[in-house]
Design a protein around this ligand. Structure first.
Ligand code: ZN
Length: 257
C-alpha cells in the first residue's frame, strides 16, 4: 500500500523543478533525538526541562539556565548524526530540484548532512550557536559548553557580561521576520511543497502548506502519523521517514520496494 504512495510521491517530485521542503522533529527521531511531547518526549519525562525553553524563566532564574546548559551538554554527548532522511534531501538538492529547505528543527543536522546552508532556513533558530541576550553577539556553541564543563555553570558574554542563550527561538520570543518571510515566500513560488516529519500544527510556519496549495503547487506529505493538512496533499506517505524519503527522491525508482 505504502509502496503505491511512495511511487506517486516519487513521480510528483521527479516532475518538479522547484521543490520547497518543510521538515519537523520527525525527520530527526531516527538520529536518536527524542521529540518533546511524545510518550518518551524530553518534556514528558522532565517537565522542568520545558521551562528552559521559556524566555521568561530563562532570563529570571539562574537554576533554569544551569539546567539548560547541562541539557545542551547531554545532547551534544549523544553525538546525533544525520540519518538517511537528511541525506535524501541532500540528494534532492544535488538533483537541482531543491529551492529552499525550511526546518523547525534546531539540531543543525541538515547542514551536518551536507545541505547547502544558504538554502536552509532554521525557522526556530539553532542550538549550534549561542547568542548574547544583551549585545546580540553570536558564537559557536562548543566553546561555551567547554566553559560550562570547566565549572562556569551560568556563562555570560565575554564582551558585555550579558546572559548567553542558545540561538534558538524560545517560547515568548518572536521568530526572525526575515526567516519567516523567506519561508512563506518560498512556499508561494514552489511547484511542489514537500512536508516531512511535522504534524503541521505549529504556526506561522505551517501556513507554508496552504500558501503553496493556494498558489497551485503540488503537496506531498511524509510523516509517521496524521497531519493537520493531509486533506490538501496530493499524496500522503505514512511510515518511517528514513526509509520512505530516500525512495521518494530516487530518480530511478530503485529505492521503491
Ligand atoms: Zn554581549
Amino acid at each position: 500500500m505504502v509502496a503505491t504512495e511512495i511511487e506517486t510521491a516519487r513521480r510528483l517530485v521527479l516532475g518538479s523543478a522547484r521543490v520547497v521542503v518543510l521538515t519537523g522533529a520527525g525527520i530527526s527521531t531516527d538520529s536518536g533525538i527524542p521529540d518533546f511531547r511524545g510518550p518518551n518526549g524530553l518534556w514528558t519525562k522532565n517537565p522542568k526541562a520545558e521551562l528552559t525553553s521559556n524566555i521568561g524563566y530563562y532570563v529570571s532564574d539562574p537554576e533554569i539556565r544551569r539546567l539548560a546548559w547541562q541539557g545542551r551538554i547531554a545532547w551534544m554527548e549523544r553525538r546525533p548524526e544525520p540519518n538517511p532522511g537528511h541525506l535524501a534531501l541532500v540528494a534532492l538538492e544535488r538533483q537541482g530540484r531543491l529551492d529552499t529547505l525550511v526546518t523547525q528543527n534546531i539540531d543543525g543536522l541538515h547542514q551536518a548532512a551536507g545541505s547547502d546552508p544558504s538554502r536552509v532556513v532554521e525557522i526556530h533558530g539553532t542550538m549550534r550557536e549561542v547568542v548574547c541576550l544583551s549585545c546580540g553577539e553570536r558564537q559557536p556553541t562548543d566553546p561555551v559548553l567547554d566553559r560550562v564543563r570547566s565549572g562556569d555553570d551560568d556563562p555570560t558574554c565575554l564582551a558585555c557580561g550579558g546572559l548567553l542563550k542558545s540561538a534558538t527561538i524560545s517560547f515568548g520570543q518572536s521568530l526572525v521576520q526575515a526567516d519567516l518571510d523567506r519561508a512563506l515566500g518560498a512556499a508561494s513560488v514552489a511547484d511542489l511543497l514537500l512536508a516531512v516529519g511535522s504534524t503541521l500544527s505549529v504556526y506561522p510556519v505551517a501556513h507554508m502548506v496552504p500558501i503553496a496549495y493556494e498558489a497551485g503547487a503540488r503537496v506531498v506529505i511524509v510523516n509517521a502519523g496524521p497531519t493537520d493538512f493531509d486533506r490538501l496533499a496530493d499524496v500522503v506517505v505514512r511510515g518511517s521517514i528514513s526509509e520512505a524519503l530516500p525512495a521518494v527522491v530516487a530518480e530511478d525508482g530503485a529505492g521503491v520496494e
